[in-house]
Design a binder for this molecule. Structure first.
Ligand code: NAP
Length: 302
């Protein structure tokens, strides 16, 4: 039996539209409704037939749903929860896809009925935004981390976990604060570094912008992909996961200072040891199926 029959998606961008497409593909009998704050996005969603019903108001989109998934930037979660609260059916479960979980737990927990809120975070995405950027297979073999609140109903958590499995994800449960710490290292800090490096290269006076683009081989080019990620989403991530990010940034700065010292003193062994260790980490990511083993991320060179 399917875990849900009527799913409502609020926020029809990359993640919301990918969920809609995945539901259509893997659970075609589920009825899909949804809403986006942007009239242009709603119009696009109707044109590409993303959902059975695109509502002009968030309340109207959830009125007969048994699962509501909030797919808006983290900073907008509380406002959307307040907008739908009065129209939510008594037995509906509310989940979300936000990249930070402690702040979302606070934003939703205070506004929505106790027991019915089951936050989650699919660790899958691209640097694209908007309803046309989504695709049905985005969550295949990607992790979805489910972070129940202290009062989340166990049966509701199990149904949300089953929902994510049905659309291809591997599911793991975590406490919200542990999630935020793990993701600060694996996702938030790398984005911050990418935003910094690309900005620094762009600011360099001795190197013109055309040279940066022309010679953007390997490393830099991969950073530019990450640094092209949605500015609103990432602004909200850093403001919401402030403490964990600052903690990781402190550790990163200390490690960077060690490498700086090794370079200054010509300590080749220290550099070699560090690079050998990180190469092994890359290998284990590929071995676990979380990335492509092809050289240069499988880019064509012909
Ligand atoms: P996106 O493509 O920019 O889509 C977000 C959509 O939500 C936009 O259409 C936006 O409209 C709309 N929106 C904003 N405020 C709203 C409100 N109050 N009510 C209704 N709609 C509203 O972003 P996304 O990449 O799908 O990200 C959505 C969520 O997924 C975020 O919480 C993010 O942290 C999380 N997430 C993202 C990724 C990723 O790689 N992108 C991965 C995992 C999780 P406007 O454009 O008009 O503001």
């Amino acid at each position: 039996m399917l875990p849900f029959a009527r799913v409502s998606i609020i926020g029809l961008g990359l993640i919301g539209s990918s969920i809609a497409r995945a539901v259509r593909q893997y659970m075609p009998t589920v009825r899909l409704s949804g809403h986006d704050a942007s009239a242009q996005v709603r119009e696009t969603a109707r044109r590409i037939d993303l959902l059975d019903d695109v509502a002009d108001h968030a309340g109207a989109a959830v009125i007969d749903a048994d699962l509501v998934i909030l797919c808006v930037p983290v900073g907008a979660m509380g406002a959307v929860a307040a907008e739908i609260a009065a129209d939510l059916p008594a037995d509906a479960i509310v989940s979300d896809v936000g990249s930070c979980k402690t702040s979302v737990a606070q934003a939703l927990g205070g506004v929505l009925p106790p027991g019915r809120v089951v936050p989650a975070h699919p660790v899958a995405g691209t640097e694209q935004s908007g309803p046309e950027a989504g695709f049905a297979t985005l969550f295949q073999r990607r992790w979805c981390i489910v972070t129940p609140l202290a009062d989340s109903d166990e049966a509701a958590v199990v149904r949300v976990e089953e929902f994510w499995r049905r659309i291809g994800a591997d599911v793991e449960r975590m406490a919200p604060d542990h999630h935020d710490l793990v993701l600060a290292v694996t996702s938030h800090l790398p984005h911050l570094i990418a935003y910094t490096i690309v900005g620094t290269a762009d600011d360099l006076e001795q190197v013109t912008q055309s040279e940066v683009i022309k010679f953007s081989a390997g490393g830099f080019r991969d950073f530019t992909r990450i640094a092209a990620s949605d500015p609103v989403m990432w602004r909200d991530v850093f403001l919401s996961n402030k403490e964990a990010v600052l903690e990781m940034l402190q550790r990163f700065s200390e490690d960077l200072s060690q490498l700086q010292r090794a370079i200054r003193w010509g300590d080749g062994d220290a550099l070699y040891d560090r690079f050998a260790k990180t190469r092994a980490i890359r290998r284990s990511i590929v071995d676990q199926g979380q990335d492509d083993a092809a050289a240069d991320f499988g880019r064509r060179h012909d």
